[in-house]
Ligand binder design. Structure first.
Ligand SMILES: Cc1ncc(COP(=O)(O)O)c(C=O)c1O
Length: 435
């Protein structure tokens, strides 16, 4: 008897494996390969000591041990939510009261990735539109595809999302009668994954103003993904987009303890605009009725004792050195090829390199083959883009991460990248055919 097929849902059919799984697998399977591909965090600085101390303190007394080992609530540990709302508002130079915010507006999730997913289930019907930066966080693109949402992109420049282009796009969508389909504008506004670029300070209030102006039948929400905000190595912190939403209506502010503390705790948090908390908790209740309670207690303890703040300070020193190693190596190795450009981020984990248009960086492209032969792995930039109306994506960019590799490996990795590029500097001009 032939095995009958499984009756997969439409959503399941829309959901594929992430293209970067291939790169993670390649990195694991290839001995000697230096991976500047995956966005994992630095291993040596993972906070084993502070997490151990927090766990010991929690388990030392029966009352706290029981509280941490029991189920928590769907919305998450109130004491941690209180710390978070104060932490985010403090970074923005305001009090929660000034922003009309309290712990009741915060939800704790299984990484911030869960919020990205839940928001999709809450907002999108197939065909709804999400406006993203180009390039953007490719894992989120996969998630949007799975929800059947349509990604429309807005170009970036050195100041992040180009808001003139966003305005033009919204005007065009309005003229085409598509505005009602626009549900969300997504921005990774601090040291973006994948470019390392941040949204300029003066664009932040304008972004909220645009979302408001074009909201007609429903609010066009802004999803401010501040995953890398705390990984800041140079310059001052910039206030959030959320700061310009004092009535708490338009901006979902989401962030995570994965990057500034430990991805293994897989704890993210979001500040939700009015009207969104109850539906979110209802949905999250169906998913898991609460994220890992022990992890939330650990983070609460670390914030309370000050070990979290100390750790973030330490991480800044560690990553600053790695980032400088990567930028220094790029300066040194590519000095003789001025057409190659790269970003100089003040934080985060990524540097975005743009080659001249003839250099094909994608999976089947020349550079990828030569890079693997030279023992270096990167992420092709094309995954950060969605195809334009002609099915075209830029294929001459790459994302490098200085997260996992140590300084020596970063330097050697960039040297190998330069080796891989040998012979690609010049566009090959076909000899004219003489008749
Ligand atoms: C921009 C961005 N947002 C969200 C996430 C999700 O991280 P987590 O679920 O660990 O909080 C990541 C992870 O790399 C990311 O780069």
């Amino acid at each position: 008897m032939p095995t009958l097929p499984i009756g997969f849902s439409e959503q399941s059919r829309r959901t594929g494996d992430s293209p970067i799984s291939y790169f993670i697998q390649t990195a694991i399977e290839t001995p000697g390969l230096i991976s500047l591909a995956a966005g994992l965090v630095d291993e040596g600085s993972l906070p084993a000591g502070p997490v151990g101390a927090a766990v010991a303190a929690i388990l030392a007394t029966p009352a706290t041990a029981r509280a941490a080992l029991q189920y928590g609530s769907t919305q998450g540990l109130p004491a941690l939510r209180e710390q978070i709302v104060r932490h985010v508002c403090h970074a923005d130079g305001v009090t929660p009261a000034e922003m009309h915010l309290s712990a009741a507006d915060v939800v704790l999730t299984t990484g911030s990735q869960q919020m990205l997913y839940l928001l999709g289930e809450l907002l999108f019907n197939p065909g709804d539109i999400v406006i993203c930066e180009a390039p953007s966080y490719f894992v989120y693109h996969d998630c949007l595809k799975s929800h059947g949402a349509r990604v429309v992109s807005v170009p970036m420049d050195a100041g992040g999302m180009n808001l003139d282009a966003l305005e033009d796009l919204l005007v065009r969508l309005e003229a085409e009668g598509e505005l009602a389909k626009v549900k969300l504008i997504y921005t990774v506004d601090y040291y973006q994954n994948p470019t390392g670029l941040s949204l300029a300070a003066d664009r932040r209030p304008k972004l909220v103003a645009l979302a408001k102006r074009f909201s007609t039948a429903h609010r066009i929400l802004i999803l401010e993904d501040a995953a890398y905000r705390e990984l800041r190595y140079d310059g001052e912190d910039v206030v959030s987009v959320k700061r310009f939403d004092p009535t708490n209506e338009y901006v979902v502010y989401t962030s995570t303890f994965s990057k500034p503390c430990a991805p293994g705790l897989k704890t993210g948090y979001s500040i939700l605009p009015r009207g969104l908390m109850e539906p979110t908790c209802n949905l999250k209740g169906n998913h898991d009725f609460g994220s890992t309670n022990l992890a939330q207690h650990i983070l609460h303890k670390m914030i309370e004792t000050g070990s979290y703040a100390e750790h973030v300070e330490h991480l800044r020193t560690v990553y600053r050195a790695k980032k400088n190693a990567m930028l220094g190596a790029l300066e040194a190795e590519f000095a003789d090829w001025p057409e190659v450009r790269w970003t100089r981020p003040g934080g985060g984990l990524y540097v975005w390199v743009t080659f001249p248009p003839h250099v094909a960086t994608g999976k089947g492209g020349q550079l990828m083959a030569k890079a693997l032969a030279a023992g270096i792995l990167y992420i092709p930039g094309e995954y950060g883009h969605v195809p334009d109306d002609f099915g075209h994506v830029p294929a001459n960019e790459i994302r490098l991460s200085f997260g996992v590799a140590d300084e020596a490996k970063i330097t050697e990795g960039v040297r190998r990248l330069r080796t891989a590029c040998r012979g690609l500097e010049k566009v090959k001009v076909e000899k004219p055919v003489l008749v």
